[in-house]
Ligand binder design. Sequence first.
Ligand code: PBG
Length: 321
Amino acid sequence: MLIRNRRLRTTEAIRSLVRETIVTPNDFIVPMFVVEGQNVREEITSMPNYYRYSLDLLKKEVKELWDLGLRSVLLFVKVPDNLKDNKGTEALNKDGLMQRAVKAVKDAAPDMLVMTDVALDPYSSYGHDGIVENGQIVNDSTKEVLAKMSLSHVKAGADFVAPSDMMDGRIKAIRELLEQEGHVNSGIMSYSAKYASAFYGPFRDALDSAPGFGDKKTYQMDPANREEAVKETLQDIEEGADIVMVKPGLCYLDIVRDIRNKVNVPVAVYQVSGEYSMLKAAAEKGWLNHDAVMLEQLTAIKRAGAHMIASYFAKDAVKLL
Ligand code: PBG
């Protein structure tokens, strides 16, 4: 035997010395769900141990995340039904829930990086990411609203906007408006390769944002496509994205590696709600070891090429790291 691979696996000391991938608290973006009200902390039925917070308790939670070493959050809001319409009018309200949530986070932890979700679905009476006309999701008028929405978030203090809608040309529209208005240091994390995935179910429960008719296949990508993800991503970089994203995570790690090999900007992965709930359910039944599987999944996402991970496991994970 000239080569014995097991030599480098004999003790934890040597294993940790040769380990290629390490997950750290710096890798995480924490998704947070925000609701109106006071003293609200509601568990999301299909996401065990994950909550929606009113602004007062959001602040408390943000402080806790900060103390655990987490440094970025990604905000989503649950919009009351009476404020929903077809054009996402409420999304532009400078005193809207998102705009107040951004300020609340900065208030609680001034150095926390704040990213905001930019898409119409939580604000849409149809539950779609774009404006609906004659049963179609219209692209160009939607991207103008997304640009205004981004500007409004940045004015409220957001560091990054994160468009999750998959309209064509929206990164350019957002970037141009931010430049024009002097917000030259505001970042864009683009959901560049976002698939029409069945793993988003629990998230739509969390925000009550499921599409009222049809599905999202005319804008989100077909899970069967690989080359197209690279095309989408390169285009978003040309339009001015600072960070690109692949979503969901585990089923799409081939895409993550393709993109990592082809671009020179940071790559984010969104480990989505269904991925979270699947593991929680299996662990509750005693079928999987929660912590071990969680860390294995996060390591795999990083190994595939992610520079950062938006994950509902962030808080669970950092406690173990
Ligand atoms: C909507 C949006 C979705 C998610 C993030 N932004 C759902 C969708 O596209 O229907 C999903 C996140 C998750 O499942 O964790 N713009």
